[in-house]
Design a protein. Structure first.
Length: 144
């Protein structure tokens, strides 16, 4: 007697849900990683101008200063970043009186030992700025 070929066996019913769960897990991981990456803060930008002092900031340019005292910025380019590496608070303050019709900026108080302030220049010109706490600290930004 001839035996007929066995019909192909039905797929294991346990393997389909397992594959589905694995696919869902992979999708969730990909979505989670993408969400994490998209919510990361922008990469830290190195400071362009350092605020330096001797910890007491006596009334002299040697004790308190912006370094460099002048900096070239790009209009609508990357923001200029001031970083306070000194031991006392400072500001980076520009006003329309000193700069004519150019936009003003004011960092408010930047805390010592690593506080930062950034500003994007939107108009060409020479921006004179100073520390509102230590008026002898002065700097210039040339925006081109």
């Amino acid at each position: 007697m001839e035996t007929s070929p066995k019909p192909s066996e039905a797929p294991n019913s346990k393997s389909s849900p397992t594959k589905l769960i694995a696919i869902v897990v992979v999708i969730l991981i990909v979505v989670g990683v993408a969400a994490y990456i998209l919510t990361l803060p922008p990469a830290s930008t190195a400071a362009n101008v350092l605020m330096k002092d001797d910890g007491a900031c006596a009334a002299s340019a040697a004790a308190c200063l912006f370094s460099p005292t002048s900096y070239n910025a790009t209009v609508n380019g990357p923001a200029v970043v001031w970083k306070n590496v000194g031991g006392v608070p400072h500001t980076a303050t520009s006003n329309s009186t000193a700069n004519g019709s150019l936009p003003s900026f004011n960092s408010n108080t930047i805390g010592q030992n690593g506080g930062t302030f950034s500003f994007t220049f939107t108009a060409k010109g020479t921006y004179h700025y100073y520390c509102n706490i230590h008026l002898w600290m002065k700097g210039i930004i040339y925006a081109n």
